[in-house]
Design a protein around this ligand. Structure first.
Ligand code: HEC
Length: 178
């Protein structure tokens, strides 16, 4: 990490950006949804889950506001496992970053990596969840929910209408939870 943050500082200095622009957290970067629209386009659906053409999980919100099951599930799991630090609806707190923005800016695999392995920056500690099935079995759900929030595709609060939970999702969940 030391070399990476050193690189960021060097980059900030060499491009003449103010030092503060070398943010530690992606959450500090505002999201303009139109800039990231291409990254969330649904390419295909598989058993009630939606994916981009790069096979990255994404959300699907119908015109009447009905959300895909994983987004709804992610809302619930986020609020039981992450909300205590990261604030309601992924909005961040004085203590932990606004991860609805991070879910848009961060690469999917980097996002996963932070949750699995945790991260520490001085007194600021993100716990590791790699051995917690209540998080790991639902991490794609949490990811698509936060991404939908960051892209302002779903409002704050509990999604009103949702697609039904499919057999495929139920089977995957049972297999994962053991
Ligand atoms: C005990 C408090 C706590 C809990 C619970 C927690 N986090 Fe964090 N998280 C943090 C802190 C603090 C940071 C910032 C760490 C740093 O400064 O490097 C962070 C950072 C992150 C980041 C990196 C954000 C960025 O922009 O770089 C992600 C992603 C993340 N958390 C996801 C999650 C998810 C998903 C959950 C729920 C499964 C969760 N966190 C639960 C405290 C927490």
């Amino acid at each position: 990490m030391r070399s990476a943050s050193h690189l960021l500082v060097t980059l900030a200095l060499s491009t003449g950006l103010p030092f503060a622009a070398a943010a530690q957290s992606w959450s500090d970067q505002p999201v303009k949804p139109e800039q990231f629209q291409d990254d969330v386009v649904v390419s295909y659906e598989d058993g009630g889950m939606y994916f981009t053409e790069d096979d990255i999980p994404t959300y699907n919100v119908a015109e009447d506001g009905t959300v895909d099951w994983p987004t709804f599930s992610g809302f619930r799991r986020y609020h039981s496992e992450c909300h205590v630090c990261h604030g309601p609806d992924g909005e961040g707190s004085t203590y932990a970053p606004k991860i609805k923005n991070s879910a848009v800016h961060m690469d999917y695999y980097d996002f996963y990596d932070v949750v699995v392995n945790g991260r520490q920056n001085g007194n600021s500690v993100m716990p590791h969840f790699g051995d917690n099935p209540n998080v790991m079995c639902y991490l794609n759900d949490i990811y698509v929910y936060l991404k939908a929030r960051g892209m302002e595709a779903v409002p704050r609060g509990r999604p009103g209408k949702k697609e039904a939970k499919t057999d495929v999702i139920r089977e995957m969940e049972d297999a994962c939870m053991g």
